[in-house]
Design a protein around this ligand. Structure first.
Ligand code: PLZ
Length: 434
């Protein structure tokens, strides 16, 4: 069997350099809260494949459902010959997503594709061009979604020109803007009204908690104020719950924490336990504005991915993994707060449920952005974690946020071991001793 080093050498000769990997170890198998590489080393998983394997890798129900579906049929294309599994996923989405109104869904393959389609639908339904997005937003890597995404490096550099009619406005970022939710919303709304014009806005698109942008939790009241403004302006309020959805934050969807009912919601990642599936779900009158045949794609709602989604949703429900996400927060947050008390490099502990982060800064330094981001220290801590066998991700516009995204089925013991490795990573790599 090839070692990670062998595979890494072979990769260099055939895999495009633009596709890079966080660690040099190659996966042999993964289950629950751990991953084992081809060299036989076990890793604690605080990544869940970027918030995908909420039910764990190779969750038993998912494996069984996929196996059974693969034996029945693998693909017909829903636009050619439809099947029940697609309809069932749309039924589940109508039940689970916030909003007590008639809903419709359309299924796709990736998060970016769901966001693209949500924008298509909102433009069609309103007959308007403009899409409002926020500082630090991440919505994907296709041409339209690159335009929606804020950060240039590595996502956009050299890949333009980008799609037009995208307008970026300030995000509520309590650590850095010091504004209340209401004030931050008023500030963003003034920018929309003055720079875009309410009558031109097809959609206001927002992650209820930003993912790649730094696990930024907007101040309370920000999301409801934007949703109310959108509704009054005749714009479609779209929540991108691709990273926050499917119990990650301790509720089925993060919008629920603020009682927001988006007109449209995009989902992917956690929906299907690791198989590629994405969806746009929302108000029937908006979704059904589009003419028959206007939405689709060869693989969207593939039957194997749908079978995986149904088994994933059943698992999330039966194991109460929203409750598990809250338990993860209850166990991890005090440990992160203790780290923050010890290390002045930690400016803030934030997040919800099993979507938690610490923002790393230069101790005591304040600049035009507020606390001065320290991406070098964050990277050193992540590297130390990797060396000790902890899969740990960073994120943030400034690259200085360490984020925790464990699978929701992680055991108490695995979570404890992972947090201990994180604490050790701080003690061995932080440039300042406490
Ligand atoms: N919207 C909120 O988090 C994907 C991107 C990783 P796709 N986030 C991980 C990377 O570097 O490419 C994401 C997201 C939110 C949209 C997307 C895009 O989802 O399935 O990666 O297309």
């Amino acid at each position: 069997m090839p070692t990670s080093a062998d595979l890494h050498r072979r990769r260099g000769a055939v895999v495009a350099r633009g596709v890079s990997s966080m660690i040099g170890a190659y996966v042999d198998h993964a289950a629950g809260g751990t991953m084992t590489d081809v060299d036989g080393r076990e890793w604690i998983d605080f990544a869940a494949g970027i918030a995908v394997t909420n039910v764990g890798n190779s969750a038993p129900r998912v494996v069984e459902a996929v196996r059974a579906q693969v034996e029945r049929f693998t693909h017909t294309c829903f636009m050619i010959a439809p099947y029940e599994q697609y309809v069932q996923v749309c039924e589940r989405l109508a039940e689970l997503t916030p909003g007590d109104f008639e809903k419709r869904s359309a299924l796709f393959n990736s998060g970016a594709e769901a966001v693209e389609n949500a924008v298509k639908i909102a433009r069609y339904a309103t007959g308007r061009p403009a899409v409002v997005v926020f500082d630090h937003a991440y919505h994907g890597r296709t041409n339209l979604t690159m335009a929606l995404t804020a950060k240039v490096m590595p996502y956009k550099q050299g890949f333009g020109p980008f799609a037009g009619e995208i307008y970026r406005v300030p995000m509520s970022y309590p650590l850095r803007d010091g504004r209340s939710g209401a004030d931050a919303a008023a500030y963003a709304i003034a920018a929309i009204e003055k720079h875009v014009g309410a009558a031109n806005v097809a959609a206001v698109l927002i992650e209820p908690i930003q993912g790649e942008g730094g696990f930024v939790v907007p101040a309370a009241g920000f999301l409801p104020a934007l949703a109310a403004w959108s509704s009054a302006a005749g714009a479609v309020f779209i929540a991108d719950e691709i990273q926050t959805g499917f119990c990650r934050t301790g509720a089925w969807f993060a919008c629920e924490h603020e009682g927001v009912q988006p007109d449209l919601i995009t989902t992917a990642k956690g929906i299907a336990g690791g198989l590629p599936l994405a969806a746009v779900t929302g108000r029937a009158e908006i979704m059904d504005a589009v003419h028959p045949g206007g939405l689709g794609g060869t693989y969207g709602g593939n039957p194997v991915a749908c079978a995986a989604a149904l088994a994933t949703i059943e698992t999330l429900r039966e194991l109460d993994l929203a409750g598990a996400a809250r338990d993860i927060e209850a166990a991890a947050r005090p440990r992160l707060e203790a780290l923050a008390a010890k290390y002045p490099q930690i400016a803030e502990v934030r997040g919800r449920g099993a979507m938690l982060a610490v923002e790393v800064v230069e101790p005591g330094a304040t600049g035009p952005l507020g606390p001065v981001p320290d991406p070098v220290a964050a990277a050193a801590i992540a590297r130390a974690a990797h060396e000790s066998g902890l899969l740990l991700l960073t994120c943030g516009t400034y690259g200085n946020v360490i984020r925790l995204l464990p699978p929701l089925i992680i055991s108490g013991d695995q979570l404890d071991r992972g947090l201990t490795l994180l604490e050790q990573a701080f003690s061995t790599s932080a440039p300042f001793t406490p």
